[in-house]
Design a protein around this ligand. Structure first.
Ligand code: SF4
Length: 491
């Protein structure tokens, strides 16, 4: 056994899905060109927003609940080490086994070894962000184990050889007609007369999944919460597929980010009120599965809990940034975000899209590996207002932007923006230089004389005029105007 004595590290490269192939502005431009995608997203986010607003409006103490959620999370993060050790003790005392995974590679290796030890060559999966984050399906496949997603939307994504684009509704970018095509193409034994009627699509998926539930010996899940005081795990879902996975197989392996622990059942009560209303716009979610260790003769007889770090302790080390770990993955911030509504989730390049992805992914990977994400926001503040645990995402975005700027300032070759800022600061440092600058600016009047604004400038200033006009400089500067005004009043 080795003892790690260094500083916490970020999520490793080359494994998992926290880094995109291209920066956000490039990916967003492609997404914006897809009219169908924008129609699907606009319709879906509008519907969820309306449902959420209605059920949140029914709760007279919603703001107090949000504050309670915020306080519980802050306390949990401040005592995370003791909460996790307590969780480990309680799970172990009730017949479960706890594994600690430093990063995605370690977690994938642990799960693959556990599955191999059972002799199984396939697993059923409950929807889980943590396993997507670490690329578990790919790691299992490379090790000769097939992983079957059982959440309907995850199944659509898996059969479509696609990527999830929303935390809660991973196939939000697909409409009914597209889903029907995927099922007809990829689902073995599906009725060729299948229509795109939602009930028919759900029944086809149900028949397909039933066969998997009844034959699988191993299930892999995530967890929404883990109660430290009794070692109880919780999965919250709407379809019942989770309940099947968590009860039918002999072996259950749960992969959980270390931030999901809550100290007590009283704390869990707060989140079970906040989560369904914020996520699906329901007063209560249809299925809440809770299990504690192993119960002889009832449910899985072999239970393993993999506690995943993968950059989380590095986030915890940042006193400002750590509030991103408070997230309960409800996705309310995605549904209210004007940027997400237009670009969809793929543009973010990470399994965590939208406002929370823009602050969580760069922290898990190190800001420089996801440097464009903190800028993927208008800072309108809608995400903060919607967040059930009051994560101040706009302030986190600004914090990460500052971190990125400081990192860039250390580079040997300064960026054009840094050169521009240095030039501005030199000009503004002396009144004489500033006056000279004002005179130079006046030349811009020539460029803007036809339309009373400047619409095109040569590079590198064209980066600005490519998307915005500049106002035509006024004929008189403020100082000149002030001087003439003073002269007029003296005369
Ligand atoms: S940041 Fe807040 S609103 Fe967004 S997913 Fe997390 S808990 Fe929900």
């Amino acid at each position: 056994m080795t003892t790690f004595l260094g500083m916490p590290t970020v999520a490793p490269r080359g494994v998992g899905h926290l880094r995109g192939d291209e920066p956000f502005p490039v990916a967003a431009r492609k997404a914006l060109a897809d009219d169908q995608l924008r129609r699907n997203l606009g319709h879906a986010t509008r519907t969820i927003r309306g449902k959420r607003a209605a059920v949140v409006g029914e709760v007279p103490d919603w703001e107090e609940l949000r504050r309670a959620g915020e306080a519980i999370k802050a306390h949990t993060m401040a005592t995370l080490d003791t909460q996790l050790e307590r969780l480990e003790r309680e799970v172990t005392a009730r017949g479960g086994t706890v594994h600690w995974a430093r990063d995605a590679n370690e977690a994938n290796r642990i799960v693959l070894d556990l599955v191999r030890a059972t002799g199984a060559d396939e697993v059923v999966k409950v929807k889980s962000m943590a396993t997507q984050e670490i690329g578990l399906n790919e790691a299992l496949e490379a090790g000769g184990v097939a992983a079957w997603e059982t959440d309907l939307a995850e199944l659509i994504v898996q059969l479509g050889h696609d990527k999830p684009s929303h935390i809660l509704v991973p196939a939000i970018h697909r409409n009914r007609a597209e889903i029907r095509e995927i099922f007809l193409r990829e689902m073995p034994g599906v009725d060729p007369d299948l229509t795109d009627e939602p009930r028919q699509l759900a029944m086809a998926a149900r028949a397909h999944l039933r066969r998997k539930f009844l034959t699988a010996r191993v299930a892999v899940s995530g967890a929404n919460f883990a109660v430290a005081e009794t070692g109880t795990l919780a999965v919250v879902e709407s379809e019942g597929n989770g309940r099947m996975c968590l009860t039918l197989p002999q072996t259950l392996i749960t992969v959980m980010g270390i931030e999901k622990v809550v100290p007590t059942w009283t704390d869990l009560e707060v989140f079970l009120q906040l989560l369904p209303r914020s996520s699906t716009g329901e007063r209560m979610n249809p299925y809440t599965s809770l299990w504690t260790g192993v119960t002889p003769g009832d449910g899985p007889q072999d239970f393993h809990l993999v506690l995943l770090d993968n950059g989380r302790t590095a986030v915890l080390a940042d006193e400002t940034g750590r509030s991103a770990l408070h997230c309960i993955r409800c996705s309310a911030c995605l549904n209210v975000c004007p940027v997400y509504e237009r670009t969809g989730g793929h543009a973010y390049g990470s399994v965590y899209p939208g406002p929370i992805g823009a602050v969580l992914s760069p922290q898990l990977t190190g800001v420089e590996d996801n440097a464009s994400l903190p800028y993927a926001s208008s800072l309108c503040g809608a995400c903060f207002d919607a967040c059930p645990v009051r994560i101040d995402i706009p302030s986190l975005l600004v914090h990460l932007r500052a971190e990125h700027v400081e990192e860039r300032a250390k580079r040997a070759v300064p960026s054009p923006e840094a050169i521009g800022m240095a030039a501005m600061s030199w000009v503004m440092a002396r009144p004489g230089r500033f006056r000279g600058g004002e005179r130079l600016m006046r030349l811009g009047r020539v460029l803007g004389r036809r339309r009373d604004r400047i619409s095109a400038l040569p590079p590198p200033l064209s980066a600005w005029t490519a998307s915005r006009d500049l106002p035509r400089p006024p004929a008189q500067t403020f100082r000149e105007w002030w001087k003439s005004r003073a002269a007029r009043s003296a005369s």
